[in-house]
Each structure stands twice: as C-alpha cells, then as structure tokens.
Design a protein around this ligand. Structure first.
Ligand code: AMP
Ligand code: TRP
Length: 332
C-alpha cells in the first residue's frame, strides 16, 4: 500500500481554502492509502506567535480535523514525534542556503512580518522551515503529499533534497514524493479574488470552516463578483471562485444549472450567491454539529491522539535509525 503524508499548521482558524485545497483530500485518501496527518506545531513557531495560544490551537485543530472526517488514528502532533526535528537537522546539511532564500513563501512571509510587526524579526526557523517540511515527508517515506498549489515549490525542494541525499549515500533510500492536488487547488478570497483565501490577509479574506450561518451568508453576500473589467464571454475570478465553492461542496446539479445560465448569458449574481451560501451553510452546519459531539468528550480525543502519535513515532524512529547509519552518525 502506498503512503500518504500531509500536515497543517496550528495557527488559528481552519478556513475553506485549507479544507477544499487540502484537508478534504486527506479524508478521501484514507480509504486507499496508509495515511499520516500531522498537526505541525514546530512549524507554527516560525512566524511571530503567542506562546499562550499554541497548545490550545493545536488541540483545536485536532478537533476540527476529526470533525471534518480525519480518523484520529491517522493523526499525530509533530512535537510528540521529535524525530522530525532531528532528521530536519541532518537534511539541512543536504540543502543549500541559496535554495532556501529562493522560496517564494519565505519571501512572502518575510514581507508579512515586516509589514505587520513593531519590530522586524525574521527567524532562521522561517528560512529553514521547508527543510523541516521535507523531514516531515521523508521520515514516513511518503509517496504522495496532498497539498494546495501554494506548496508546489516546497515539494520540489523535498524531491531535490531526497535526490541529493540518495546520491551522496549511494543508495535509492528516500522515495521522491509527489504532490497530490485537489480539484480546487486554489480557493480565492471572496473579499478580494485576486488573492488566495488565507488567514494572514485578515478576517474578511477567509471563510472559517466552522462559521455560523449568519456569518457565511454575510460573507457570500458581500463577495466581489465582477470588478467590471472582464471581457465579454470570460468569467471573472470572483465568479469563478463562487462556482468552485459550489462544486467543491458537492452541489453538482446546481453547479451545472448555473453554468448553463452563465453560458446563455443570463446568470444573475444574486442567484449564484444564494446557491453558494446554501451549499456552504449545509456543509459547514454538518461540521459544526460533529465538532460539538466530539468536544463533549475532549479527554477521549486527546488520549487517542497521544496514543496514535506514539504509534506513528515508531515508524519515524525506524527511518531515523537507518538514516544515522547511512550518514555516519552514532547509532545505538
Ligand atoms: P496553511 O494554513 O497555509 O498552513 O495551509 C494548510 C493547507 O491548506 C496547505 O496544504 C495549503 O496548500 C492549503 N491551502 C491554504 N490556503 C489555500 C487556498 N486558498 N486554496 C487552496 N488550498 C489552500
Ligand atoms: N508548509 C505547509 C503549509 O504551510 C504545512 C506543512 C508542514 C506540510 N509540513 C508539511 C504540508 C508536510 C505537507 C507536508 O501549509
């Protein structure tokens, strides 16, 4: 059976970009593959963060993931599998400094830090984080990595590092991982369709995957559809995005009907927004219900995920032992 690994940072709310772009795929892949899904708290330290919130955010994200259908036995918390950081260090020595400075996410996030903070502080962790990400993937010898399109460059880096490692140790040891994209690899901000949906751009730029009905309806109602400079016959990005959301939520019939009216030139944006809101309210309503159920027994879920983390850790330990052997480190 092929192996799948993916991970998400516990940095606050989970939004529809995360869900449709990545997590929905996690859920679907569980049937066919051996899956490892990490809540990567070491990664969440790379941007300025509140030490009093990280642990709470981690458990909240675990709850959210289970609420949308991830099986607890496939989940681990990164800091409960510290071998990731040890392999990360080793892989640092198989990655060039120049390659890291070229990562577009590093450039974007450095800018964000500069814009948002009183003091400018860009950590080495932020520069180095794609190497830790590579360790997350390679430590389970993952064949496939379901992610959004924004992670493409990091996946290429992971392949490069794996290749360089294999060449240097003279053995095809690491599997070269392939990304897996969903049908909706890029969900746009409804407030500004030129941007991707993300938390970092601010509250109005993302729809929480556990939002209440009123908020969802308000956000969709105010969604930017067409800024007016779209040429006839083509679809504006904002309109496309609403169509994507309807399809991703599984409302195929409604999607087809609306698409027909678009082709005929008679689509009304109020109708498009109405259907988008209805589809999201129904889907998100289900998530909220499930989260309530799980939250009634928090202890149980915590114990389950501590247990699954320690099971998953065994796999990571095996790899690390072999790697230390291969690179000439001490190995008891
Ligand atoms: P992040 O919250 O940035 O750590 O992202 C977690 C996962 O969600 C990653 O696999 C991203 O590729 C994916 N993701 C984040 N934002 C979007 C978006 N707007 N559209 C599609 N996928 C996304
Ligand atoms: N860097 C990813 C993000 O920002 C999160 C992540 C960390 C990840 N480690 C990973 C994704 C390993 C896939 C595989 O979204």
């Amino acid at each position: 059976m092929k192996t799948v690994l993916s991970a998400i940072q516990p940095t606050g709310d989970m939004h529809l970009g995360n869900y449709f772009g990545a997590v929905k795929n996690w859920v679907d892949l569980q049937e066919k593959y051996k899956c490892y899904y990490g809540v990567v708290d070491y990664h969440a330290m790379t941007m300025p963060y509140d030490v009093n919130k990280l642990r709470t955010n981690t458990w909240d994200l675990i709850t959210n993931l289970v609420a949308v259908g991830v099986q607890p036995e496939n989940l681990f918390i990164q800091s409960l599998v510290p071998e990731h950081t040890e392999l990360g260090w080793i892989l640092n020595c198989f990655c060039s400094y120049g390659q890291l400075t070229r990562m577009t996410q590093f450039k974007d996030k450095s800018l964000q830090v500069k814009e948002g903070a009183k003091e400018e502080f860009i950590s080495v962790g932020l520069l180095d984080y794609p190497v830790l990400q590579t360790a997350d993937i390679l430590i389970y010898r993952a064949d496939f990595v379901p992610v959004g399109k924004d992670q493409e460059q990091h996946l290429e880096l992971a392949r490069d590092i794996a290749q360089r490692f294999n060449t240097q140790v003279g053995k095809e040891y690491f599997v070269l991982p392939e990304p897996l994209y969903t049908e909706t690899p890029k969900i746009r901000s409804t407030a500004d369709p030129a941007k991707k949906m993300s938390k970092s751009a601010g509250e109005k730029h993302y729809i929480n995957a556990f939002a209440d009905e009123a908020t969802i309806r308000r956000q969709i109602k105010s969604a930017v559809t067409d800024s007016g400079n779209t040429t006839a016959g083509t679809m504006a990005e904002g309109v496309q995005n609403l169509f994507e959301l309807i399809k991703a939520a599984g409302w195929k019939t409604e999607y087809d009907q609306l698409m027909e009216t678009f082709t005929a030139g008679s689509l009304k944006y109020v109708d498009l927004k109405q259907i988008t809101a209805d589809a999201l309210v129904q889907m998100i309503g289900g998530f909220v219900e499930k989260k309530k159920e799980i939250s009634a027994d928090k202890r149980k879920l915590k114990d389950q995920v501590k247990q699954s983390s320690s099971e998953i850790r065994k796999r990571a330990q095996e790899t690390l032992k072999e790697v230390k052997e291969l690179v000439g480190l001490m190995n008891v």
